[in-house]
Design a protein around this ligand. Structure first.
Ligand SMILES: C[S@@+](CC[C@H](N)C(=O)[O-])C[C@H]1O[C@@H](n2cnc3c(N)ncnc32)[C@H](O)[C@@H]1O
Length: 180
């Protein structure tokens, strides 16, 4: 399943921005209040794709960019991002993050968690590990992919659900890391 997904993003990587940039930017818009109000700190773009979030921040909130780290399982997607000179992009599976414990203050993940199927628990557990205590995870899932299972997984993985909201095609989850 993971290989199929990775291959499919590898294949479509060169057309991804043309097809999805506008749509993804609208999703980032949903976090404008967050980017305006929250203190800028180290963050991870989990399933960063071609680094569209970096480009968005560079245009609207450039001070956030020096705290950017993006990872994606698809070498093709990362290559496209690197062609645009987006820094700190690495090939990595969000279920096996090569970062120390308690490293990030925030993790953002747009339209990724809903693709993971059976692996949601291990991805959230791994994100929890690299997030600081009380760190914030924000992720979006296409509404059509939201199931009750996601609420269970949030509860099972040391996150407390602070807020949810509806935005375009997506449903957003804002969670706090409540590990001891
Ligand atoms: C719909 S795209 C979204 C990309 C990016 N978040 C954006 O806003 O444009 C989903 C991305 O998730 C990545 N992905 C899927 N499973 C992953 C995993 N286990 N670890 C890292 N990235 C993954 C895919 O390779 C793809 O680039």
């Amino acid at each position: 399943m993971k290989d199929i997904l990775t291959n499919s993003y590898n294949k479509s990587s060169s057309n991804y921005d043309e097809q999805f940039k506008e749509l993804q930017w609208k999703k980032y818009n949903a976090l404008d209040d967050f980017f305006q109000v929250k203190k800028r700190k180290m963050f991870l773009d989990a399933g960063a794709g071609t680094g569209l979030l970096y480009e968005y921040l560079n245009k609207k909130y450039p001070a956030w960019c020096s705290f950017y780290n993006g990872v994606d399982i698809s070498p093709g997607m990362i290559r496209e991002g690197q062609k645009k000179s987006i820094p700190h992009l690495s090939i990595m599976d969000i279920e096996e993050l090569n970062y120390p414990h308690n490293y990030f203050d925030y993790v953002f993940s747009f339209t990724v968690i809903g693709l993971l199927d059976q692996s949601v628990n291990s991805a959230l557990t791994e994100i929890n590990r690299v997030l600081k205590k009380e760190g914030i995870l924000v992720f979006s899932i296409l509404k059509k992919n939201v199931t009750n299972n996601i609420y269970e997984e949030i509860g099972n993985t040391n996150f407390s659900l602070l807020n949810t909201f509806d935005h375009g095609q997506d449903f957003f989850f804002l969670c706090k890391n409540i590990k001891k």
